[in-house]
Design a protein around this ligand. Structure first.
Ligand SMILES: Nc1ncnc2c1ncn2[C@@H]1O[C@H](COP(=O)(O)OP(=O)(O)OP(=O)(O)O)[C@@H](O)[C@H]1O
Length: 216
């Protein structure tokens, strides 16, 4: 299942509702950008969707969740931990299999950092760490991508490269993006969140940046 149709999505903290109740449906093949000002509820909504459709997703959370003491290889390999036996995962920790090394090196090459394959995550820059989390999501190979500000630590050209790769790897996606130009360039649909509600839901080709700015 690549798309989803969810209703009654809502979240509260300390008795204050911060998202919903709202409905969100994404058809297979849609790339949806979630936009809106800081605190509008985008991360919370992505978390709610992830809880509902967990098994079918590749997730890039804002808190990247890398294991600093492990090399890049193992951090990316984690994208498929639940697809292998305990025996396979344990052996991989000590002596990775050639086919996994090849596949993960290829992903890192796509993200312009193949030379970091054996570098501990602790020794990476913020932008490199973000690309490792993206490689982990790609390695997972789910049909649906859920990503929360996946290019926030990347410079312009690298942000474009990563957005292109995400589009190539995932037929369907829901991506929180604060960069409106990237949202319009790489996503087919824009969903604007304001105070935890959907305030805009339109095809990208019918919108300009100034239509979206009113949300901020
Ligand atoms: N763990 C938490 N405890 C209390 N309040 C929270 C918690 N997580 C989020 N909130 C509140 O929920 C609201 C929505 O937060 P959320 O992180 O979803 O916003 P966002 O649109 O993703 O913001 P940003 O663009 O800054 O990441 C905010 O008012 C925030 O303060």
């Amino acid at each position: 299942m690549a798309g989803f149709e969810l209703s009654g999505l809502s979240a509260s903290f300390g008795g204050t509702r911060v998202v919903g109740p709202l409905s969100l449906a994404i058809r297979p093949g849609e790339q949806v950008a979630l936009v809106g000002k800081s605190g509008a509820g985008k991360s919370t909504l992505i978390r709610l969707v992830h809880e509902e459709v967990n098994r079918h997703t590749s997730l890039v959370p804002q808190e990247l969740g890398l294991v600093n003491a492990l090399p890049v290889f193992h951090n990316v390999f984690m994208g498929q931990l639940d697809r292998h036996s305990v025996w396979y995962n344990t052996v991989t920790l000590i002596k990775p299999f050639a086919e996994d090394k090849k596949a993960i090196r290829a992903l890192l090459t796509e993200l312009d950092m193949p030379e970091k394959l054996w570098t501990p995550a602790a020794a990476l820059s913020g932008g490199q760490r973000q690309r490792v989390a993206i490689a982990r999501a790609m390695y997972r190979k789910a049909e649906l991508l859920l990503a929360d500000e996946p290019v926030s630590a990347l410079d312009g050209p690298m942000a474009h490269l990563v957005m292109r790769r995400l589009k190539q790897h995932f037929p369907t996606s829901l991506i929180a993006l604060h960069d409106v130009e990237l949202a319009l360039a790489y996503c087919t649909r824009i969903v604007g969140i304001q105070d935890g509600q959907v305030a805009l839901d339109e095809s990208s080709d019918k919108l300009t940046a100034s239509d979206i700015v009113s949300l901020y």
